[in-house]
Design a binder for this molecule. Structure first.
Ligand code: NAD
Ligand code: LMR
Length: 338
């Protein structure tokens, strides 16, 4: 607590007017973790953030003290549960990013994390609904296909749910897709913009390579699709029991947060990012949340893009994703309803 107050007062003195006048308070929950630390470092560079509020069950005073010496204009505060730390971290927040939760070990699916992470995300969502009900909530914690519905149900229970302000962060899938395609096609990642739809686990991750403007052999399509769907497993295997993607996820999480800040704080138009949101795109099939490209605006979701033209192979991927997604979403909702 002492550390938090000390950092805040030093940062207040260092504050200068070159931060955007309506800059945002952004909280990172799970800020001392493998994703939380590099994500917070990347967010510390944003001039659209006036206050970076770091919460974790441990170690945030140290992380905050360290980041607070970086001479960008945002104030940094670190909070732990003691002394109403979560309330203090969240009050006044415009954006809350949630990487809190356990990561996978080899042999596990993201759904295997449900038993631990569902209650972590639920409890954090309850606090957000109470202390910053209008904040945009960006869920990174896995299984995203279930944790996003969990946050929605908690907000509904508290009568504060706004579907335009709840996002599952699926940016890592398009970041990976872009990189993997650029390697195969030997082009710049700028020229490898890949739409990825669906959800964020295995077969629910559906890359639409046919929309990329590149041509691929059948073998390339199958290999790339598999690599994009199971890219997370590559990292889990390589880290050999010590965790899952953290640095690439921090990059992806910062990209999504910065896009949202550009749309909400800087008022920029035509900001489009893929994200898992409440969506009508597959409502007829009973899928309540789905990731497609989404245009972001001052209030969050401005326009959900349709899936667009897909080929027979991609239609097969969508057909496989739909029942899995429905199950994941139902599991998240049932957890709160029960
Ligand atoms: P980590 O274990 O390194 O860090 C998690 C942090 O959460 C820890 O610091 C821990 O203390 C904290 N935490 C635990 N319970 C908390 C609570 N109740 N309140 C606040 N903080 C709490 O894990 P990581 O590698 O940073 O991964 C975090 C999550 O992100 C995992 O669930 C992982 O599967 C997920 N993830 C998602 C994506 C994605 O694309 N959406 C990508 C990578 C990882
Ligand atoms: C990822 O895609 O890297 C994350 O969802 C973490 C994981 O468990 O694979």
């Amino acid at each position: 607590m002492f550390a938090t107050r000390q950092i805040s007062s030093i940062a207040k003195r260092a504050f200068s007017t070159s931060t955007s006048s309506n800059a945002a308070k952004v909280a990172v929950l799970g800020a001392a973790g493998g994703i939380g630390q590099p994500l917070s470092l990347l967010l510390k560079q944003s001039s659209l953030i006036s206050h970076l509020s770091l919460y974790d069950i441990v170690n945030t005073p140290g992380v905050a003290a360290d980041l607070s010496h970086i001479n960008s204009n945002s104030k940094v505060s670190g909070h732990v549960p003691a002394n109403d730390g979560l309330k203090e971290a969240l009050t006044g927040c415009d954006i809350v990013v949630i990487p809190a939760g356990v990561p996978r070990k080899p042999g596990m699916t993201r759904d295997d994390l449900f038993n631990t992470n569902a209650s972590i995300v639920r409890d954090l969502a309850v606090a957000c609904a109470e202390h910053c009900p209008k904040a945009h909530i960006l869920v990174i914690a896995n299984p995203v296909n279930s944790t996003v519905p969990i946050v929605a149900e908690v907000f509904k229970k508290a009568n504060v749910f706004d579907p335009k302000r709840l996002f599952g962060v699926t940016t890592l899938d398009v970041v990976r897709a872009s990189r993997f395609v650029s390697e195969v096609k030997k082009v710049s990642t700028e020229d490898a913009k890949i739409t990825v739809i669906g959800g964020h686990s295995g077969v629910t991750i559906v890359p639409l390579l046919s929309q990329s403007g590149h041509s691929f052999t059948e073998e390339e399509v199958k290999a790339l699709t598999h690599r994009i769907q199971f890219g997370g497993d590559e990292v889990v295997k390589a880290k050999n029991g010590t965790g899952s993607a953290t640095l690439s996820m921090a990059f992806a999480g910062a990209r999504f947060t910065n896009s949202l800040l550009e749309a909400t704080v800087a008022g920029k138009k035509n900001i489009v990012e893929p994200t898992f949101v409440q969506s009508d795109v597959f409502a007829k099939e009973g899928v309540e949340f789905f990731a497609t490209n989404v245009e972001l605006g001052p209030n969050g979701v401005e326009k959900i893009h349709p899936v667009g033209k897909v080929n027979a192979y991609e239609q097969g991927l969508i057909d496989a994703a739909v029942p899995e997604l429905k199950g994941n979403i139902a599991k998240g909702k049932a957890f709160i309803k029960a």
